[in-house]
Design a protein around this ligand. Structure first.
Ligand code: G3P
Length: 219
């Protein structure tokens, strides 16, 4: 399973990349706004830190505009940048054209299994169902991942399912159990997934015993 960071904060990306397990990064206009930095400059820096796919989102809402922006971003930015487009009729048409041009895509803002399958049919490299935003409406976002993975079992598209809008570690564990290909999450969740009090306690205990071994001259 791929683990992506969902952030445009390069310090956080450097921190998690240093762990050696970062597979990619997703950004969106809201994350770029939060960074307070120039869009292309920050995506360039991210693409240097992480060699995996880096999603950069188009802001046009018409097909021609999305394709024009997507091609321009691919030409101006490092080769591991992929183009994020919204799941609309215009976005699907743009996905098909970008795919025919050999440009990888991430179709975003997916809230139903039918949207996911249609984006896959358009040739999307990734589809991004938003789990947490469904939970926010009082429904079960993880049920959407289950529905999509069931459809993927039937039809086996090559498109990867990228669970997004991840809000807590349990979302990631459920994604693992359902076989989602990728999860994108904030740095806080990477830290929560790795931390365990028994690991910390075990290290403390080993360090104390090793100090005794050294004190006895047996190191
Ligand atoms: O990158 C898209 C998605 O992960 C956004 O998450 O927390 O804004 O719903 P959130």
């Amino acid at each position: 399973m791929e683990f992506f960071l969902d952030t445009a904060d390069v310090d956080e990306i450097r921190e998690i990349a240093a762990w050696g397990i970062l597979d990619g990064v997703t950004t969106n206009p809201s994350l770029i706004k939060k960074s307070g930095r120039d869009f292309k400059q920050v995506v360039r820096e991210i693409a240097e830190i992480c060699s995996g796919p880096i999603s950069a989102e188009v802001t046009a809402i018409d097909t021609a505009g999305m394709v024009e922006q997507g091609v321009a971003l691919k030409n101006e930015l490092p080769p591991n940048v992929i183009i994020k487009v919204p799941c609309t009729p215009e976005g699907l048409a743009a996905t098909k054209i970008l795919t025919e041009k050999g440009i990888d895509t991430n179709v975003t803002l997916i809230f139903s299994a039918s949207q996911a399958l249609m984006a896959a049919k358009a040739g999307a490299t990734y589809v991004s169902p938003f789990v947490g935003r469904i939970d926010d409406t009082g429904h079960d976002g993880m049920e959407l991942i289950a529905q999509i993975m069931a459809a993927w079992d039937h039809y086996q598209p090559s498109t990867k399912v990228l669970a997004a809008s991840i809000r807590h570690p349990t979302h990631v564990l459920q994604c693992m159990q359902l076989g989602a290909h990728t999860a994108t999450m904030p740095a806080k969740i990477f830290r929560q997934l790795l931390q365990h009090p028994l690991t910390d306690k075990g290290i403390d205990s080993f360090m104390k015993d090793w100090a005794d071994v050294e004190a006895a001259g047996n190191a």
